[in-house]
Write a protein that binds this ligand. Structure first.
Ligand code: SAM
Length: 262
């Protein structure tokens, strides 16, 4: 079966990495687990032995068909579907939250993360592999080179741990990049930061809209009036010449709370 590069098909062949990815989920014996992009079942085989139930979501119909045959009559349910269209909440077992795992198709990594965050009420943890540079951005701290909108958004929803990095040779065919596995423990911070989710996310997007611009310029471009911005920055004790990349979420939230009522 030919590899479909456009579907991000680089199959994991490093056995110890497969085991470590599953172990990073913790005890899954009572959990429903969703695997994103099971491919040729490198991780699926191990998950199938340990999870209460495994829902394997694969877009490639040929791979999905093979998986269905291979796992027929087991606790593995194969869904031939684009993960971005899957209603994750419907896959829960009662009140129990889901676990998510996957060696992600790298071309839609950010979209998949946002999809998981949309279902933050239904998911407790995710262990996912992505291109190393993207993992670095997800885990970056404010003020560092890699910190940006993806870091801020992810860290609004989850605690991030970088678990391991694998070289191209851990996959077949080898990709052109290194890959990293991260664990996300879902724990949204909206309440603690005193902000509403929808409004604050739109605000963050405005703040990060143009990487080289100062906060002042990005907020002006988003339609805020200069006097309100100045007043809010003053109240939140933030310099308007700062870039969004330098500010922790607490400072962003302080600015948003004042601007919202200005
Ligand atoms: N889990 C396997 C492994 O580790 O060897 C395969 C990982 S491969 C990097 C990504 C997998 O995601 C491929 O099997 C690909 O067909 C599948 N895929 C690509 N786009 C997808 C989508 N939108 N929804 C679900 N699966 C997708």
């Amino acid at each position: 079966m030919p590899q479909k590069a456009k579907l991000g098909q680089n199959f994991l062949v490093d056995h110890s990495a497969r085991v470590r990815i599953v172990e990073a989920l913790g005890d899954i014996s009572e959990k429903n687990v969703v695997e994103i992009g099971p491919g040729k079942a490198a991780i699926t085989e191990i998950l199938a032995q340990k999870a209460r139930k495994l829902i394997a979501v694969e877009l490639d119909s040929e791979l999905a068909r093979n998986l269905e045959q291979h796992f027929a009559g087991t606790k593995v349910e194969v869904m031939e579907q684009d993960i971005l269209t899957v209603d994750l909440a419907s896959l829960r077992h009662g009140e129990e939250k889901l676990l998510i795992v996957g060696n992600l198709p790298y071309y839609i990594t950010s979209d998949i993360l946002l999809h998981i965050f949309r279902y933050h009420d239904a998911v407790s943890r995710a262990v996912v592999m992505m291109q190393r540079e993207v993992a670095d951005r997800v885990a970056a701290i404010p003020g560092s080179r890699d910190y940006g909108l993806l870091s801020a958004t992810t860290q609004l929803y989850a605690r991030v741990e970088k678990l391991m990095t694998l070289p191209p040779g851990a996959f077949s065919p080898p990709p052109q990049v290194h890959s990293s596995v991260i664990r996300l423990t879902l724990s949204p911070r909206f309440e603690e930061l005193g902000v509403d989710a929808d409004g604050f996310i739109v605000f963050l997007r405005s703040c990060f809209a143009q990487k080289r611009k100062t906060l002042l310029n990005n907020l002006r471009a988003a339609g805020f009036a200069q006097p309100s911005i100045a007043q809010a920055a003053d109240a939140a004790a933030i310099s308007l010449q700062t870039r969004a990349e330098a500010l922790p979420l607490e400072a962003m939230a302080a600015l948003y709370r004042v601007l919202k009522t200005a």
